[in-house]
Design a protein around this ligand. Structure first.
Ligand SMILES: Cc1cc2nc3c(=O)[nH]c(=O)nc-3n(C[C@H](O)[C@H](O)[C@H](O)COP(=O)(O)OP(=O)(O)OC[C@H]3O[C@@H](n4cnc5c(N)ncnc54)[C@H](O)[C@@H]3O)c2cc1C
Length: 428
């Protein structure tokens, strides 16, 4: 049976490759060069739209571990990345033109893949379909996806706040409480600031270096998700009356209401990852570390994800997808890549790999089981498909991996790779 894959980016190429590697046939629809996106510049498949770094190679870094899992699963994207690498220290940096040209050629030479240079305006009415049209999905298809998933379940912008490792917070300088004691006391970890600390923090925020906006990103932000530094520019007290307001909170250490607070909310069920609520930002990554570490409880914070705001089409995966990456409302349609709500080149590749295998299993009447959440791939799928009222796109980090703690990194890596080998063998 022929499986349709929409989008010849990192995820779509990986999905099509996995389908043919397992013995299936795929039709890969790519709209470029006939139609373009605001970020792609060439007609190559798997074009890297921004940095040519695929991040860390170190196995003791979650990005490095994810790459190794992909390698072991026979990822065509990893093969091309390793084959076109250029010196980049501890990171895997590729020659972007050779990388994309090599993958384009691999697809064109694969007898199992029919490459069609055409925009998918609709989801085909029959057969299994993998949607891998990425963060810049064409307008017509986005409309179709809105109808399919429900208008509220397709987002066009990311406004993400930084996430810190809970173990790196100075808990002596923070306290758990909900405003006016509503909800569970453990819902929010509050990091108080004195007036002097707040003034210094405010000054640092307004003067911090920011990421330049691309032309197509120069859209006015929604009032509800303004970058925190833009809010700060509106006046010295704007944050103290906005996301940093202390109303309804009493610091148990002195029984007083703090001058201002930064509230942290659990990002995963185990509470190992905490989100700085309302702190979406366009500050450069190094600046985020410098400025946010001025919050006393976050002096030594380890950042698992940085904040950002950018154009991004993605679905509300916890509501829409099952753990086979199929749309709950129509199991014939699967999602892959950044549009599932993962963030990053390798994460998108991983969701292409899993969706490709899942689609093939479904086409051949077999049940797909994702790898366990002790692996990076399994942890990403679990994140996407676990109930989450505040669902936001996520990159891979150790906080997502089941059973991880700082002290058992070595064991976490060994277990993840053992489980990936088992998963690979389960398809033989
Ligand atoms: C501007 C920008 C910069 C980014 N920079 C980085 C970065 O530096 N590092 C990082 O790790 N991640 C980055 N990302 C996030 C993400 O990792 C990349 O976007 C990644 O390419 C996603 O892979 P994908 O396969 O899901 O989508 P893509 O690689 O975008 O592939 C989707 C493909 O689908 C095609 N398509 C779209 N609609 C249709 C349609 N209707 N019919 C047929 N084809 C269609 C597109 O032309 C494209 O080729 C960036 C994202 C954006 C938007």
């Amino acid at each position: 049976m022929d499986i349709t894959v929409i989008g010849g980016g990192l995820a779509g190429v990986e999905a099509a490759h996995q389908i043919t590697r397992m013995g299936g046939q795929a039709t890969l629809l790519e709209m470029r060069p006939g139609a373009g996106t605001p970020a792609h510049r060439t007609s190559h498949l798997a074009e890297l739209v921004c940095s040519n770094s695929l991040k860390s190679l170190d196995l003791h870094n979650a990005h490095g571990l994810l790459k190794e899992e992909l390698r072991r699963m026979g990822s065509v994207i990893m093969d091309a990345a390793d084959g076109t690498a250029i010196p980049g220290g501890k990171a895997l940096v590729v020659d972007r033109d050779r990388f994309a040209a090599r993958l384009t050629q691999t697809v064109e030479n694969d007898p199992g893949i029919r490459l069609v240079r055409e925009e998918a305006l609709r989801i085909p009415e029959e057969g299994i379909v993998v949607v891998a049209s990425g963060p810049l999905t064409s307008e017509a298809l986005a409309e179709e996806l809105r109808a399919l998933t429900g208008a509220d379940n397709l987002a066009f912008f990311d406004a993400i706040s930084p996430i810190v490792d809970a173990a790196s917070i100075d808990h002596g300088k923070a306290f758990y409480a909900s405003r006016y004691m509503k909800g569970e006391a453990g819902d929010y970890l509050n990091c108080p600031l004195t007036r002097e600390e707040y003034d210094l923090f405010h000054e640092a925020l307004v003067s911090a270096e920011r990421v330049d906006l691309r032309e197509f990103e120069k859209t006015s932000y929604f009032e509800g998700c303004l970058p925190v530094e833009v809010l700060a520019e509106r006046g010295r007290k704007t944050l103290a009356f906005g996301p940093m307001k202390p109303v309804g909170l009493t610091d148990p250490r002195d029984g007083k209401r703090p001058y201002a607070v930064v509230q942290l909310r659990k990002e995963n069920a185990s509470g190992t990852m905490l989100n700085l609520v309302g702190f979406q930002t366009k500050m450069k990554y190094a600046e985020q570390e410098r400025v946010f570490r001025m919050i006393p409880a976050l002096k030594n914070a380890v950042f698992l994800r940085y904040g950002s705001i950018h154009r991004n089409t993605y679905i509300n995966a916890p509501l829409c997808l099952n753990d086979r990456l199929e749309l709950k409302a129509d199991r014939r349609v699967l999602f892959a890549g950044q549009i599932t709500g993962v963030e990053g080149y390798m994460e998108s590749t991983a969701m292409g790999l899993a969706a490709g295998i899942s689609a093939f299993m479904s086409a051949t009447g077999r049940e797909f089981c994702p790898p366990p959440p002790v692996t990076c791939i399994g942890a990403l799928i679990r994140y996407l498909t676990t109930e989450n009222r505040n669902f936001q796109p996520m990159n891979i980090n150790f906080g997502l991996i089941e059973g991880y703690s700082k002290k058992n990194k070595e064991a976490t890596v060994d277990r993840a790779l053992q489980e990936i080998e088992k998963w690979k063998n389960s398809f033989k």
